[in-house]
Design a protein around this ligand. Sequence first.
Ligand code: 5GP
Ligand code: ZN
Length: 124
Amino acid sequence: MSGEPQADCLFCRIVAREIPATVVRETETTLAFRDINPQAPTHVLVVPKAHYPHAAALADADPALAGTLLAEAGRVAEEEKVAESAGGAGYRLIFNTGAGAGQTVFHAHVHVLGGGDGLREKLV
Ligand code: 5GP
Ligand code: ZN
């Protein structure tokens, strides 16, 4: 059923605390933890606790939860001091969607990337 935990899903297992992760924020419906292979000084993943295969499926099934995910990404950026409002240089949110676009974990997540100089190069 939509949103139900998947036994073979890495992020469902992190949400269930079956696999350890460095958690930086948690709400009733979301979890934020550091990426194991950081691509910037701040690299945090924010996931809904419910399982959806990608961000668009999440937004389609539960728009309020998708909004919460975005708000939580912003709060992570504030707390990590990469948001301009927290004295940082800004940050980038990335939703890889589909294997051809680099998605490797098929549980919706947003990457929060910030810090250092690497983000000055624009992707789009
Ligand atoms: P994707 O490539 O699907 O957009 O993002 C998946 C992310 O999950 C990657 O950046 C990868 O480094 C991260 N990742 C993979 N396995 C683990 C893990 O066991 N723990 C944590 N914290 N991150 C992981
Ligand atoms: Zn999952």
